[in-house]
Design a protein around this ligand. Structure first.
Ligand code: 13P
Ligand code: 13P
Ligand code: MG
Ligand code: MG
Length: 367
């Protein structure tokens, strides 16, 4: 039997928050499920799940059309447009927030939604984890992805599994210049860290196993601020990671989130705060619209069928991470409008702050 390739597409958008930016109204999820089940009946997609993290609507789909397929992107776009109609009726907050264009033109990239897609031949068993975050931005994945695929203190398999021992290569996007570079670990680890330690500009887009170039992870790297030129909501990101059998084990992948590192995107997209790993039902960021959250949906793929989701952070072994995140959140909050809680000025140039600065312009005198 010929090996059949399957594509896993995760496409997301904030099309209206309930209440404010904290969560999603169930009617939006119902609308998305209706749309995708019709597409499944028609044979356009093999399977799907609709989830949400905070105010972000997450479409998880499998199909046989490959990445960047216009039919799949159009399905996602039309689903978001339909959900936006419902959001408008209910006057939900920021209805259609992430849809930056009026008409679909073949690919949702650059139009507002976040996209992570990978195509592969299903292994004998294919465990995957889809991570979805709210109140942050794509660079938030840099630290956990580095730990999962390059740090032997996180991932024992890098040391003891012969099929991973050669390491992984990292494709990194320079979001400002629109260029990518691929760096190989462990040899170029320090070069990699020079870049990805600045996650506001350099973002890991994909990770490949070096021994056979098999894809291990792919992240959404859209940055709405660069797309729109003004503040239009933060680009809350998604990430797909394949696990086990020559890839990091499920537990090694989750271990990458055992430290609540600081990420940008909290309150008005303008503050730093700790990324808190939570179960699905706790992904309702409310304190100061945060702190930032991440959920992890585990699936076993079976001929494209998404067996799951299993709520991977619904585990008391993450309780202390959450507690630490709360302590760090409180510590950061005490800085109020001061950096490093508030983002540096250059990072805020797409917010409403420049308008405030404009008013003060004429009052600066030569020193
Ligand atoms: P099992 O022996 O339960 O399959 O676990 C293997 C493993 O590597 C877990 O990290
Ligand atoms: P979202 O990007 O999740 O819509 O959040 C906007 C915001 O800044 C809330 O404070
Ligand atoms: Mg929102
Ligand atoms: Mg959001």
């Amino acid at each position: 039997m010929a090996e059949e390739r399957i594509t896993l597409s995760v496409i997301k958008a904030d099309v209206g928050g309930y209440v404010g930016h904290s969560s999603i109204h169930p009617a939006l999820i119902d609308t998305a499920k209706e749309r995708l089940s019709t597409a499944k009946e028609k044979g356009l997609i093999v399977d799907f799940h609709v989830l949400r993290c905070g105010d972000d609507l997450e479409l998880i789909m499998t199909h046989k059309k490959g990445v960047d397929n216009s039919d799949i992107h159009e399905l996602a776009w039309n689903t978001f447009v339909a959900a936006t109609e419902v959001a408008k009726e209910l006057k939900l907050y920021g209805a259609g927030q992430d849809l930056l264009s009026d008409a679909f033109s073949g690919n949702v990239k650059g139009m507002g939604p976040g996209v992570a897609e990978m195509e592969f031949v299903e292994r004998k068993s294919e465990p995957v984890i889809v991570f979805m975050a709210d109140k942050t931005s794509p660079g938030a994945w840099n630290l956990p992805l580095f730990r999962i695929f390059a740090d032997p203190f996180n991932t024992a398999g890098l040391v003891i599994d012969p099929s991973m021992h050669g390491g992984f290569s990292f494709e990194v996007l320079d979001a400002k210049e629109g260029k990518t570079i691929t760096l190989s670990c462990p040899e170029e680890m320090y070069d990699l860290l020079v870049l990805i330690g600045s996650p506001d500009r350099y973002m890991i887009r994909a990770v490949y196993r070096k021994s056979d170039n098999e894809i291990g992870a792919v992240a959404s790297t859209q940055r709405l601020s660069y797309i729109a030129g003004k503040y239009v909501g933060k680009d809350d990101p998604v990430l797909i990671v394949r696990c086990q059998a020559g890839m990091p084990a499920v537990g090694e992948v989750l271990e990458g989130f055992s430290f609540p590192h600081l990420v940008e995107g909290w309150m008005r997209g303008s503050h730093q705060g700790p990324l808190m790993p939570v179960p699905f039902y706790e992904a309702n960021p409310s304190r100061f619209d945060g702190p930032p959250r991440v959920i992890a949906a585990g699936f076993q793929l079976a001929q494209g069928r998404l067996v799951g989701p299993h709520d991977m952070f619904d585990d008391p072994s993450f309780d202390e991470v959450r507690r630490q995140a709360n302590i760090v959140a409180e510590y950061m909050r005490r800085h109020g409008p001061f950096q490093p809680h508030r983002l540096p000025l250059e990072e805020m140039e797409y917010t409403t702050l420049p308008q405030v600065m404009e008013r003060l312009k004429g009052r600066f005198k030569e020193d």
